[in-house]
Design a protein around this ligand. Structure first.
Ligand code: B12
Ligand code: SF4
Length: 470
């Protein structure tokens, strides 16, 4: 069959035109049933779609930010009589909405479901839903195929990365799925379950050995947690032994830095090439962290001062030579406008890249369900987000975001942070001259790019707010 797989991207996506990350979902699906003739399209790089191409089936992957585009693209293909299947995190969060634009919707992880779906497509006809979820999917009157349990990751197919001929800065790879923390704004626990599932270490190492440049390990915390440290210790130990050393990046939590074994994992990760951590710090307000369910990932003991301990954990990670961006979701009930400015001060004091987003409630999250039940969701087209920001006007939030961007990414601040990392790297005995130079340049360029992305995001919010006001 001729199959077109598309990663949808909306008009105003910040990564548009310069997505540095090679999309993994599409290459994995192609790898799961490799005998077909696939064309892969990343709309962040190739926004134009050829609706006249001769294809037997179209599969579209989408996230919240690209839902409208995904539905539009699906409708256009269906008008031409071409069957469409929708999948990805937002299809999983809004499956009934998605089914209005597709012959079938895939909920959850797709490797095994794709095999079943293509078989049905060729033989008995598509079912409405193909489901891989921690809970039973209930939808009377619809035809459903659901895997009996979340699949093992021991037999993940080899992604067909070669189907993307254009160069990306980062390959994507994963070792584990699942997250036990379940922060209320995040959809990962509902998507992949609260139990950690792992790939075979040898499979991950083989994939990594094939990379020729940077890669991004997309596990939700690459430092692991108490019950997963051993896995990561072994994984990074094996990667560190590979002949070619590539630098890599990932998301992480702070808690590992407060455990002896967690600290070992962090150090091993650095030995295997780890250079940059995007850390979900979410808030510097204890009440907000406790209510959103994020407190446990800060690594703060019962009797410890929260901010002091967070700083200690941050310092430990930085002292290993890891550049940190700190991600905050601001706009909860216990936040106010000052939160933006105080949080920026925290980032400046700690030499971290500030990555702020006004909190949003995505369907398929506890936050969305809570606000919906309380009747508090607001119209996202008329406001900054669908979450009411108490005691802050839309205009004030935009001004705060602009201030954070200008101050947090001004040239003197970028240079100061680069100097801070340079000094750490020079003092570390295990760093080669090449490591020091490379990591310092990486720190500078990453900050520069981040500043630009934040500006783009803020400009989008500003335009929206101005249009609504006029
Ligand atoms: C890496 C990552 C990024 C990277 C790279 C994105 C890229 N270009 O690939 C960056 C930092 C750029 C990013 C940006 C954003 N991200 Co992001 N990101 C992730 C992360 C950590 C991994 C994504 C990934 O590649 N997973 C691996 C692949 C294999 O999994 P997958 O895409 O889910 O695909 C599987 C299934 O969903 C299914 N499937 C997917 N598509 C299809 C299609 C078909 C036809 C079929 C059959 C099956 C299928 O099968 C796949 C294999 O199992 C996830 C969290 C997570 N643990 O997944 C968040 C996540 C996907 N991101 C999320 C969000 C919200 C965003 C942003 C919208 C944030 C924003 N700016 O507002 C943007 C969107 C940018 C864009 N247009 O892509 C949410 C999505 C939730 C939702 N309801 O949409 C997630 C789940 C995190 C969260 N907090 O909840 N992200
Ligand atoms: S934000 Fe991170 S820690 Fe929190 S639920 Fe999502 S993946 Fe887990």
């Amino acid at each position: 069959m001729r199959i077109k797989l598309i990663l949808a991207a909306g008009k105003e996506e910040v990564m548009k035109g310069k997505n540095p990350f090679k999309p993994l979902s599409l290459t994995l699906l192609a790898g799961a049933v490799p005998e077909h003739d696939y064309e892969l399209i990343d709309m962040l790089r190739t926004p134009e779609i050829d609706y006249n191409a001769e294809v037997d089936l179209v599969g579209i992957s989408f996230r919240r930010s690209s839902e409208k585009t995904a539905f539009l693209v699906a409708d256009n293909f269906r008008e031409k009589g071409i069957p469409v299947v929708l999948g990805g995190p937002q299809a999983s969060a809004n499956p009934f909405g998605a089914l209005e634009h597709a012959g079938a919707v895939v909920i959850g992880e797709g490797e095994k479901l794709w095999v079943q779906l293509l078989d049905d497509f060729e033989n008995s006809g598509l079912k409405d839903f193909y489901v891989s979820a921690p809970k039973k999917f209930m939808a009377e009157e619809y035809s459903i195929f659901q895997l009996p349990e979340l699949p093992t990751l021991k037999d993940i197919p080899i992604p067909k990365r070669e189907l993307f001929s254009r160069k990306y800065d980062f390959e994507l790879v994963f070792a584990a799925r699942g997250c036990a923390i379940n922060c209320d704004f995040c959809s990962v626990t509902r998507l992949f379950g609260s139990r950690y599932r792992f790939r075979l270490i040898q499979d991950v190492v083989e994939e990594v050995a094939g990379f020729k440049g940077y890669y991004y390990l997309i596990d939700d915390t690459v430092f692991g947690r108490v019950n997963t440290y051993n896995y990561y210790l072994e994984l990074y130990g094996k990667i560190a032994q590979l002949k070619r050393k590539n630098y890599w990046i990932g998301q992480a939590n702070l808690d590992a830095a407060s455990h002896e074994k967690g600290r070992e994992v962090i150090q091993k990760a650095v030995k295997s090439g780890f250079i940059y951590a995007a850390i979900g710090m979410e808030s510097i307000n204890k009440k907000v962290l406790q209510k959103s369910g994020s407190y446990s990932k800060m690594g703060v003991g019962k009797s410890e001062d929260m901010l002091q301990k967070m700083k200690e954990n941050i310092r430990f990670i930085q002292q290993q030579g890891i550049l940190i961006s700190a991600w905050f979701a601001i706009g909860y009930e216990d936040d106010n406008l000052k939160t933006y400015y105080d949080t920026l001060d925290f980032c400046l004091e700690m030499n971290m890249l500030p990555a702020f987003t006004p909190v949003q409630a995505m369907p398929g999250t506890d936050l969305y369900d809570r606000l919906e039940a309380e009747g508090k969701l607001q119209d996202p087209d008329k406001n900054i987000t669908n979450v009411p920001h108490h005691s802050m006007t839309n205009q004030q939030v935009v001004e705060a975001m602009e201030y954070v961007q200008r101050k947090g990414y001004s040239l003197p601040v970028i240079l100061h942070r680069t100097w801070f990392y340079f000094k750490i790297l020079v003092r570390k005995k295990d760093q080669t001259v090449h490591d020091v130079i490379h990591k310092t340049i990486f720190a500078f360029v990453t900050q520069w790019r981040f500043g630009k992305i934040m500006k783009q995001e803020t400009d989008i919010l500003k335009r929206k707010t101005q249009e609504n006001a006029s």
